[in-house]
Design a protein around this ligand. Structure first.
Ligand code: ATP
Length: 453
């Protein structure tokens, strides 16, 4: 393998744009800072992330059930959870350049006048005292826009889970340890969004609240850190790009007893991919006090306790960026440069392409369409007869399609096709009738990044 490609955020953004994964939002109106729309392949990749998370959390386990709660909840939920009072970031303004910064991120920010310096480092910088800025988006429910109608867009999905604790406990007949998993949009009025979709104001969270007997919390916290790390490795992220970092006491959220982040080495440096928090009994206790409804577990023998909560939480956006950064590669093959996304086949938006070598040849097209119709019943596959075969391969490489089946003259003679492997570029011939079984096997095989460890 050639030496490793330097992967910058610019390269990722440009590939995403070129191939229709992600578009800057509201572009025809001049855009809206750090807001993005997802195109066809972006939607498919996001859906794979979502489905593979659900598979690991719900489908392959007996102890976790799914939930889909509302985005706008009774505002009392956010008072009880501590978000109205405490879900804030410290904000400083610079009176000189008029930019706004997170006080805890000054060391990573650029001065508005001298980008080589950090805010506060030049004699012209004139920073205000920090003030607390609440990250929740406020809205109003109903026709009246007064204090009584104020509500919030949820900044996390977890609270929707806690307020349904009793419903699930009774109706799903679970006892600790058990979990409730939820995927859905969350909104945070971030002071400094940026780095593509790494930090946005509207994102899709995947959270699982795992309720455990208090004396087992530490054990389950370690368990979930390991389980989540194993998930990333299974879906192809390189081990050398991942690490676990324990939060210091000063950086923990208001609810947390202990938090560890799984960090990924993004082009911006090591940054939080997923947080795994031990929330203790904080949330259930708060909601019990504020609502008057007892959120506790009562065992058959009459023992009762408030379970502690372990929470793995990650956004689809952070996984999306990590997968693309990990997969992006450039290499020169036969004197031509190619860009390729070496995505795990399970994550790849399109599993296989079906390509008739000569689009004008009706026989080839007939065979190709037939194969395509057969495969699409089971997998996301693409048929493409537009342009030279080399260009079609490069297009599939850039969207990360692991396999391409080509129908050529020999197909007409002996009913075989060529299969081309995205990573090794190896080609082999198979009987056309054996393609579905071959593809099924190939997609089930373990996959490791050819970019190395
Ligand atoms: P940060 O310190 O980066 O602002 P946080 O510690 O506030 O993040 P959590 O509250 O732990 O983040 O959020 C859980 C997960 O949600 C994060 O691990 C990350 O995957 C994701 N996430 C949080 N904020 C954003 C955002 N603005 N854009 C995209 N994903 C986000």
């Amino acid at each position: 393998m050639a030496e490793t490609t330097e992967v910058t955020m610019d390269k990722i953004v440009s590939l995403c744009r070129r191939r229709g994964f992600v578009f800057p939002s509201s572009e025809i109106y001049g855009g809206l800072g750090s807001t993005y729309d997802f195109g066809h392949y972006g939607v498919l990749l996001r859906d794979n992330i979502r489905q593979l998370w659900l598979r690991a959390m719900v489908r392959e386990r007996d102890d976790i059930v799914a939930l889909d709660s509302a985005i706008i909840l009774n505002p009392k939920v956010w008072e009880a959870s501590g978000h109205v009072g405490g879900f804030t970031d410290p904000l400083v303004d610079c009176r000189t350049c008029k930019l706004r910064f997170r006080e805890d991120q000054l060391a990573d920010a650029q001065c508005g006048r001298k980008p080589s310096k950090h805010p506060g480092e030049t004699p012209d910088c004139d920073l205000t005292e920090a003030r607390q800025f609440n990250l929740m988006f406020e809205t109003h429910v109903g026709a009246l826009e007064d204090a009584s109608s104020a509500a919030y867009l949820r900044p996390e999905t977890a609270q929707g889970i806690f307020i349904n604790f009793k419903n699930v406990l009774q109706l799903a007949r679970r006892k600790p340890p058990f979990g409730i998993a939820q995927i859905g949009k969350a909104f945070r009025n971030e002071i400094t969004p940026g780095n593509f979709v790494f930090r946005v104001r509207e994102f899709e969270l995947m959270e699982m609240e795992y309720f455990v007997p208090p004396n087992e919390a530490a054990k389950w916290h370690s368990y979930w850190i390991e389980a989540r790390m194993a998930w990333y490795l299974k879906y192809g992220l390189r081990e050398s790009m991942l690490r676990v970092r324990e939060h210091g006491e000063d950086e923990r959220s208001h609810y947390s007893t202990a938090t560890s982040d799984i960090e990924y080495l993004y082009p911006i440096g090591w940054s939080e991919l997923e947080g795994i928090a031990n929330r203790g009994a904080y949330d259930l206790t708060q909601h019990t006090e504020h609502s008057g409804t007892k959120l506790e577990y009562v065992g058959e023998g009459g023992e009762r306790y408030t379970p502690w909560v372990i929470e793995p939480a990650v956004s689809i956006e952070r996984i999306f960026v990590a997968l693309l950064v990990d997969a992006y590669d450039e290499e020169v093959v036969a004197e031509r440069q190619r860009t390729v996304l070496r995505l795990h086949p399970a994550m790849a938006p399109v599993k296989a392409a079906v390509l008739p070598l000569i689009a004008r040849d009706e026989n080839m097209v007939g065979h190709a369409r037939k194969l395509y119709e057969e495969l699409r019943g089971e997998w996301l596959v693409e048929y493409d007869d537009g342009g030279q075969i080399g260009r079609r391969y490069r297009r599939q490489d850039e969207i990360g399609t692991p396999f391409a089946f080509t129908i050529d003259e020999q197909t007409l003679a002996d009913s075989t096709v060529t299969v081309r492997d995205r990573d090794s570029l190896a080609q082999e011939r198979l009987p056309i009738s054996g393609v579905p079984a071959w593809l099924g096997d190939a997609l089930r095989r373990d996959w490791r990044s050819p970019k190395g460890g």
